[in-house]
Design a protein around this ligand. Structure first.
Ligand code: SAH
Length: 256
């Protein structure tokens, strides 16, 4: 009897080790696939800088989506509540546009933080002496984004308090932690939101998709004298920056 028990425990242990080994292998594969995605974006010239390559290698996209098989494809993915995680090339593009305003110690606001992917990237770039704030109006997405961030390379910044995510209407920015060196908006505003421009520091930069059917990614630069310069980058298709009620009614096509 003792023999069978012992053998059973031994088999159980072997089985447990096998699971651990296969999990380790899976984690290894996902890190490799994330590196492959970053390499592809670098090759295409979308990732230009070592800072952006490094942060996108550190923050594994597979930790931020349910369907890990699709995580490393350069495409937006549905995350529920009529929202999407943007395509990796859009994340890379926005990180490149903002990178000079994401230096250690700087303050950044991520409006429409969704899965928390970019908030985690921003946080790693500004570091523990900086401040990265995500604002999302769907409470369930805030809860899941915090779980995602806890699995990611940005967990220590969340625990240390330099990264935070809040349930709020992002059209109003986040006055409590303003002003910001960088503002990223992950949903398309019908026009330039004045509250967000007000919360930008002189010398700061906001990247925001603007428009309804036809949208453009805009760069809003606030000069040191407080005046503002707005330029257009590229045509884009994002989910709208809207009220929670309107978003939950909508059933639009897959957006960036
Ligand atoms: N950048 C994120 C999500 C992009 S989808 C990512 O890549 O994971 C756009 C997000 O904006 C959605 O999560 C949506 O719920 C959110 N959103 C739309 N309108 C908003 C508003 N008024 N305030 C806050 N978040 C909003």
């Amino acid at each position: 009897m003792r023999f069978f028990q012992a053998q059973g425990r031994c088999c159980g242990l072997r089985w447990f080790c096998c699971i651990l080994r296969s999990r380790k292998n899976q984690a290894g594969r996902s890190i490799d696939r994330n590196k492959g995605l970053v390499e592809q974006l670098r090759h295409l010239g979308i990732i230009k800088s070592s800072e952006v390559a490094e942060v996108m290698e550190t923050v594994d996209r597979g930790e931020f989506v349910q369907d890990s098989a699709s995580a490393y494809i350069d495409s937006p993915l549905r995350i529920g509540y009529n929202a999407t995680i943007s395509a990796p090339h859009m994340h890379a593009y926005c990180l490149e546009l903002l990178k000079d305003h994401l230096k250690p110690g700087m303050r950044v606001l991520d409006v429409g933080s969704g899965t928390g992917y970019l908030t985690a990237c921003f946080s790693l770039m500004v570091g523990p002496t900086g401040c990265a704030v995500g604002v999302e109006h769907i409470p369930e997405l805030v809860v899941s984004s915090l779980e995602n961030i806890k699995r990611s390379g940005a967990v220590e910044l969340l625990c240390g308090g330099s990264l935070s995510v809040h349930v709020a209407d992002g059209r109003l920015g986040y006055a409590e932690l303003a002003p910001f060196d960088a503002i990223h908006v992950g949903a398309a505003a019908p026009e330039h939101p004045t509250a967000l421009i007000e919360q930008l520091k002189p010398g700061g930069r906001m990247v925001i998709p603007v428009g309804k059917t036809f949208q453009e990614l805009k760069i809003v630069d606030k000069r040191l004298d407080g005046s503002v310069n707005i330029s257009s980058e590229i045509p884009v298709r994002y989910v709208p920056l809207t009220s929670r009620e309107v978003q939950l009614q909508g059933h639009g096509p897959l957006r960036m």
